[in-house]
Write a protein that binds this ligand. Structure first.
Ligand code: HEC
Ligand code: HEC
Length: 310
């Protein structure tokens, strides 16, 4: 009788402990889920002071080329396509992105945006209504653009021909089509703080062009399986869409390939490799629609900066 009582007492205890654990587990699950939902709903971006400088259309038009805005936001494969009215397919591991219409159209573009809206989109990856942009839009590079350059870009786009055309919507696979998932991603992997690059030296100017404007690292930096940048800086990426490979382009790698600064300068002007062959893959567009428009001194600065990475 006494031992029977002991057994049922023990079973009761075990039951109580198991119950307690279940309660704790439920509490933990609820906390984690609430934190996840909290992150998805939390506002992103920083409250920065308004940009007070005014932009110059001509300088903005130059930047729209060399920063790749034209290349991504225009269907460059179609000669009759309107500039900035929406881009061609950007294939990625997560699905296909199509850069939207960023002409001055009020109905289909960004004609009704103010400079503040534009700054938030370009440097912080946040839309006027507070949602997060996909990092296929290289705001993680543009975050370091200066106030002046943001103002120039804005001036040029506002002066652009308005085009009332619907751009193609993204076609992304589940779960990547859920925009809310971007906020936890950013919290884990990304910062939109500016690198505040000092452009007073030639190497500094080169770094600004490589990192902030021409965003070379978007393809030449390695990434993890969730698309976040990982070291080594400019160490190459063999996971580009379509099995493409962007080689390492820091000075050490370039020297090993027997390139010198002049080779790199010429390469950025016409895509010709030191052996007389021409480059292929997505690098062709980077050059044809972007770096060919750089001044010689800017190309020299970029070469000098990349070669300084030994
Ligand atoms: C590598 C391709 C690429 C480049 C280069 C690029 N963009 Fe985009 N851009 C995108 C994609 C893709 C989106 C859509 C992101 C999304 O839906 O979350 C986008 C979105 C935008 C938006 C938001 C538009 C809207 O309606 O919400 C603006 C503004 C913009 N880009 C401006 C620019 C400017 C200015 C430049 C050059 C400094 C530029 N982009 C360069 C791909 C690109
Ligand atoms: C859209 C992705 C992308 C961007 C942005 C990009 N590259 Fe590349 N780059 C590539 C790919 C892909 C290759 C390999 C091309 C090939 O297969 O021939 C390459 C090759 C190169 C090479 C080596 C050529 C060779 O075959 O040895 C250099 C140097 C280079 N890129 C420099 C740059 C610089 C500098 C920038 C910034 C202005 C830049 N890239 C931006 C994708 C990119």
């Amino acid at each position: 009788m006494a031992s029977d009582n002991n057994v049922s007492q023990k079973e009761d205890d075990i039951g109580r402990v198991a119950m307690k654990w279940r309660v704790w587990l439920a509490v933990i699950v609820i906390i984690v889920a609430a934190a996840g939902v909290g992150l998805m709903l939390a506002p992103i971006g920083e409250d920065r002071p308004d940009i007070t400088v005014s932009g110059n259309v001509e300088q903005g038009e130059h930047l729209l080329q060399v920063a790749g805005c034209y290349a991504c936001h225009t269907r460059t494969e179609d000669d009759s396509a309107s500039a900035f009215a929406g881009g061609h397919e950007l294939e990625t591991a997560f699905g296909s992105f199509y850069a939207p219409n960023i002409t001055s159209s009020d109905s289909h573009g960004i004609g009704d945006w103010n400079l503040r809206d534009f700054e938030k989109a370009l440097r912080q990856g946040v839309s006027p209504d507070g949602h997060a942009y996909y990092p296929a839009f290289p705001f993680l590079s543009y975050r370091s653009l200066t106030d002046e350059d943001v103002a120039h870009l804005y001036a040029a786009l506002m002066a652009s021909e308005p085009v009332d055309e619907e751009a193609t919507p993204h076609q992304l696979r589940f779960p990547f089509n859920i925009r809310l998932g971007l906020k936890p991603w950013r919290w884990l992997f990304a910062t939109t703080r500016s690198l505040n690059i000092d452009q007073s030296t030639e190497v500094g100017r080169g770094r600004y062009l490589v990192d902030a404007v021409a965003h070379c690292g978007e393809c030449h930096n390695p990434r993890n399986s969730l698309g976040a940048f990982i070291p080594p800086y400019m160490g190459g990426n063999d996971q580009l869409p379509g099995g493409n490979w962007a080689p390492p382009i820091h000075g050490r790698a370039l020297s090993q390939m027997d390139w010198n600064e002049l080779d790199l300068m010429y390469f950025l002007a016409d895509g010709m490799l030191p052996d007389g062959d021409f480059v292929g893959g997505s690098m062709v567009e980077v050059i044809d629609y972007g770096t060919v428009y750089l001044s010689e001194s800017d190309r020299r600065a970029m070469a000098e900066y990349l070669f300084s990475l030994q």
